[in-house]
Design a binder for this molecule. Structure first.
Ligand SMILES: *Cc1c(COP(=O)(O)O)cnc(C)c1O
Length: 371
């Protein structure tokens, strides 16, 4: 038997839809010696992570924790805990992640009502209003930052419509959190999830979630068990938030260290300064890409700063140019998904990948390639 070669991946610049570049302090935190996951010292670390997550989500929600798995598990956590068989859920779909939400709703045995908008367009709040005149779903779900298309969802307007109809409001903030403002309490979001590898700039592996008191009440009123053992918040919350911590699963200790350090970096920078950095570098990238003949597929008012979805000019061939960027320049950018495959690029400026140097290096590489 022989061992495989020592790990030696190239030093890439991650400018796709995630993961993003990770700060050396976060990588170093992951190499911190392990302690037991029920060690009182670890419980202090868990509490500090919960506290920083509440500040990041701008919420007082007590039930705010990182789920021990990636963003999709956060999505699943929100749906499986709030929906029971026979419930109705309304899902806004204008890209890949709205579709994924719809799939999970059906797997919960709930009735799915979809509100569709064209990929690249935001959901029209009037459409939600009209749908809610015909039905009273238990919850309405929407993606804040649709990573497949670069569209920002109009959360505030839709939240009001949802609450007027007496439903819970569930929001995906995987790509938006820590890159643009997310106000869970002000926008009356009842269930929210995110991921560590986008604008938080930690490795993939944890999914911060937060539930409002109304969402917790809905969980407590369930008549059936949550279909997923692992994601059942009634048990997970005793582990992460109970007065006496009860073993449920083993928290991924090193991942929690990484999130701890990434959150510290976020608050050292300051949220407003971080959002402004994302806006400014987006503008720098926009100007450069437009000069090269790329066109943004999303109208300016709904454009994400951290995920730039652009139509390729006829002079650029998708796959060969992206391979050249990767192989010769170590720069990763994302291609299009679904109907957009081969037609658009998704250039990520998330967290530590959102710097002037990233933007200038990428534009310079592109100019050399297409010359
Ligand atoms: C990346 C992403 C997810 C899924 O997260 P994973 O960590 O890949 O499981 C969900 N929603 C959105 C909007 C995303 O960008």
């Amino acid at each position: 038997m022989t061992a495989a070669n020592q790990l030696n991946p190239p030093a890439r610049f991650l400018m796709g839809p995630g993961p993003s570049d990770v700060h050396p302090r976060v990588l170093k935190a992951m190499a911190t010696p392990l302690i037991g996951h029920l060690d009182p010292q670890f419980i202090h670390i868990m509490d500090a992570v919960k506290d920083m997550l509440r500040q990041l989500f701008k919420t007082k929600n007590e039930l705010t924790i990182p789920v021990s798995a990636t963003g999709s598990a956060g999505m699943e956590t929100c749906f499986v805990n709030l929906l029971e068989p026979g419930d109705t859920a309304l899902v806004c779909v204008n890209g890949v992640f709205g579709n994924r939400m719809s799939d999970i709703v059906e797997r919960c045995g709930a009735k799915l009502v979809r509100i569709d908008a064209a990929w690249g367009s935001p959901i029209d709040p009037d459409q939600v209003k009209q749908a809610l005149q015909k039905r009273s779903p238990k919850l309405v779900a929407i993606v804040h930052a649709e990573t497949s298309t670069g569209v920002l969802g109009p959360l505030e307007q839709i939240s009001k419509i949802v609450h007027d109809a007496g439903a819970l409001f569930l929001v995906d903030t995987v790509t938006s959190l820590a890159g643009t403002d997310v106000r869970v309490d002000d926008w009356q979001i009842d269930a929210v999830y995110s991921g560590t590898q986008k604008c938080i700039s930690a490795p993939p592996g944890l999914s911060p979630v937060s539930f409002s008191p109304a969402a917790v009440e809905a969980m407590e009123k369930r008549k059936t068990k949550v279909q997923s053992w692992y994601l059942d918040m009634t048990m997970v919350r005793n582990y992460w938030a109970g007065a006496k911590r009860v073993y449920h699963h083993t928290a991924p200790v090193s991942m929690v260290y990484s999130l701890y350090e990434a959150l510290r970096l976020i608050f050292e920078e300051g949220l407003e300064a971080r959002f402004e950095r994302h806006r400014r570098n987006h503008q720098l990238l926009r100007d450069g890409l437009e000069e090269l003949g790329f066109e943004f597929i999303v109208p300016p008012d709904y454009r994400l700063p951290m995920l730039n979805a652009v139509k390729l000019p006829p002079t650029i061939d998708d796959a060969p140019v992206r391979s050249q960027l990767l192989n010769e320049y170590n720069i990763e950018v994302g291609g299009g998904l679904g109907d957009f495959a081969g037609k658009i690029w998704r250039v990520g400026l998330m967290g530590c990948s959102c710097t002037k140097n990233h933007v200038n290096m990428f534009l310079a590489a592109l100019r050399q390639i297409i010359k």
